[in-house]
Design a protein around this ligand. Structure first.
Ligand code: SDX
Length: 380
């Protein structure tokens, strides 16, 4: 959009390339996503969250020995200092995203490497924060029910440990796999709003904890990470599949947005969605609650006319049903997105630090110029 002054505005920085990247490749027209050159379809079905984090952090798939050392580091670095659960206790009435953001911020006071900006320290801090964020969130889930937090497992993988700390029982293997796939799908997505916020913070040479807090704060919005929670609320409002079409028509006629649909970059189906679609259906059957998946599919059908405008399901559309069927309360849905995305923030910060330049765009001033200052007694 060109203004009268001839300035070319790019509102929402739509279509603007900030820098080169070696992390993720997205082709929105065909719905393609690569992490370090590997297709999300392969990683979701054949890899693990731990292996994907190694790939993103180091740029190549690990050897067996590298993966074992990496997994051991993650298993050993999940605990949080007791003071952090005091922070959780004090803030437990707030939205879980606010509790998570506050507790991660407090962690910076206890991390000996907080001021170490070296690549290895940044990777270690990113992996530590990934495990600690899960410990914080599971701890909140229990503290607000009047239960004690469950200490992290030293044997389960990240996804299994999260479910174990939440429900204090060894997780079902299928549900562990489902959570692992969900974390893989949410790990990175180039300059999504919250990763961009993390990069802006890192570009001032603020530390990784600051950048991750910026990311978590930004992710909370319903236009971004908040969609999964909104999709579940929408499904509950719709109530049964036969009401979906009327609901969609009515909401859109009021200028509303169908949560879990549309994307700033994708003009085809978000390639991540399919990896939760079938799993959401199977889990619903297993839990004797097929209605949620049926409602979602009725919404998909009602939204078909919008495909010609490039509006398709995105990663969040089925995630909400999966979390609900795992007996996770709605207000923990966005924080679970954050659990997958925190390592993605760390990788983006790692790359930003490698060839940093302060990120500082412009605003085009269109207000009055050179006004005379009027003393109080002359103002009307
Ligand atoms: C994530 O950026 C990332 O990579 C994010 C993410 C990641 O991994 O980090 O992929 C995760 O955030 C996924 C998106 C989750 N958010 C939602 O599901 C919320 C619902 N979606 C919309 O609010 C919307 O699609 C956005 C915000 C995601 C993208 O919107 P844009 O690119 O700013 O486009 P827009 O809002 O200007 O919409 C363009 C047109 C509009 O029609 P017109 O006003 O031009 O007539 O498309 C319509 C919109 O009305 N439209 C929708 C719609 N999304 C866009 N209409 C109905 N329902 C929708 N969901």
């Amino acid at each position: 959009m060109t203004t009268t002054g001839g300035v070319e505005l790019k509102r929402g920085l739509n279509g603007v390339y900030l820098d080169n990247t070696l992390i993720s490749y997205i082709d929105g027209n065909i719905g393609k996503l690569l992490y370090r050159g590997y297709d999300i379809h392969d990683l979701a079905e054949k890899s693990t969250f731990e292996e994907v984090l190694y790939l993103l952090m180091y740029g190549s798939l690990p050897t067996k020995d590298q993966l074992q050392k990496h997994e051991a580091f993650m298993r050993e670095n999940r605990a949080v200092p007791p003071q952090i659960f005091q922070v959780v206790e004090l803030t437990k009435e707030a939205h879980p995203m606010d509790v998570l953001r506050t507790a991660v911020s407090a962690l910076s006071a206890f991390d000996k490497e907080v001021d170490d900006f070296s690549p290895d320290a940044t990777r270690r801090k990113g992996l530590r924060l990934t495990g600690q964020a899960a410990t914080i969130l599971a701890g909140l889930f229990r503290i607000r029910k009047g239960l004690k937090p469950v200490p992290p497992s030293k044997t389960l993988n990240h996804a299994g440990n999260f479910l174990y700390m939440m429900f204090d029982k060894n997780p079902d293997p299928d549900e562990m796999k489902l959570m692992d796939v969900d974390f893989i799908l949410h790990t990175d997505h180039s300059t999504n709003a919250s990763a961009f916020a993390a990069r802006v913070t890192a570009s001032t040479l603020a530390d990784l904890h600051c950048a991750v807090v910026s990311g978590i704060a930004t992710l909370k919005g319903p236009l971004h990470g908040g969609a999964a929670e909104a999709v579940m609320k929408m499904s509950m409002d719709i109530g049964k599949p036969e009401r979906a079409e009327e609901y969609v028509k009515e909401l859109i006629s009021r200028g509303g947005r169908i949560m879990g649909f549309g994307h700033r970059v994708y003009r085809a189906e978000d390639p991540r969605a399919q990896h939760l679609r079938e799993r959401a259906r199977v889990l619903g059957e297993r839990r004797g609650q097929p209605e949620w998946f049926q409602i979602l599919q009725a919404v998909v059908k009602a939204m078909e006319p919008y495909q010609k405008r490039g509006i398709f399901v995105n990663v969040d559309f089925y995630a909400g049903a999966v979390y609900h069927l795992l007996n996770i309360p709605e207000d923990l849905f966005i924080p679970i997105f954050a659990l997958g995305r925190i390592p993605g923030y760390a990788v983006q910060v790692l790359e930003q630090f490698e060839h940093n330049q302060l990120i500082r765009p412009l605003l085009n001033y269109i207000g009055p110029m050179d006004l005379q200052y009027v003393p109080m007694d002359q103002r009307r």
